[in-house]
Design a protein around this ligand. Sequence first.
Ligand SMILES: [Zn+2]
Length: 304
Amino acid sequence: MVLSSRWTWDALILALFLGAALLTGACWIHPPLGLTPGMWDEPLILKPGETIPVPDPKLFTSLDRLLVTTVKVKPGDHLWSLAKSYGTTWDSIRSTNKLDSVTLSPGQKITIHNHKGMIYRVGTGHSKSLQDVARLFRQDPTVLAMINGLPGVSLLSGEFKSGEAVFIPNSLLKFPDYILPVGWGPFSSKFGVRFHPLLKYRRLHAGVDMPRPYGTPVRASREGRVIEAGWNGHYGQLVIIKHLDGVTTWYGHLSKIRVSSGAWIKQRQVIGQVGSTGLSTGPHLHFEVRGRSGRPLNPRKYLQ
Ligand SMILES: [Zn+2]
């Protein structure tokens, strides 16, 4: 047999894939609107703990219908590269897998689908009708039924049981991007131009001050890499973390530094302790957020 055209190759790959899927009975491949009905009429439901064979990522980008699989992260994979190969977005992968961290570890298993959106799984011990799910995500139940390949009758009586999954197009989870580096409490000095209590002149206060007891743990507001950890003039003992988008966060006047330059730090990881080193009138954390160009931004706009 001579396989001469691109089309023949694609058809062969698809046939092999479907053959394997039928044999294992575990594959999850579903039609969107009106494609070859009958062949794809299985509902989009993943049982808890179900395993899915890994098909060729090319299918994910070339076929319009919804495809879902699990992949094992290889060294060098990151959310952006996987999103590109599988025809989705990095925040879709993050939402579907509820990933707090944007960094992946080799060997980690993640669920991937094509299209932007997320897979919603019904919580343990609960069941939800298709209408309930649609209401939860402010979606049209008819659209949900179609993209998930559910039979028309599911609009009237469809029910998802504990652990079952539904694809929600264009819906994404919102993750807290910046967290307060010290526990909740007052801000003693705002961002902006102020009269400096020690320098005795007006100048830009490039961050916010949070007075806290001496020794209070200071946590990374976001994950990123430490680019500075040590003494820096008025800042005293300072840690600067550079994040994946190029933004930096600064933690000043620390009494102790718990990280070293070059280390990759997870969000909420303790990086040091509150102190009063440098130009300071008492124990507090001076916290800054700086844009890619180094321009100070108002941290209150980022802190949740
Ligand atoms: Zn300050």
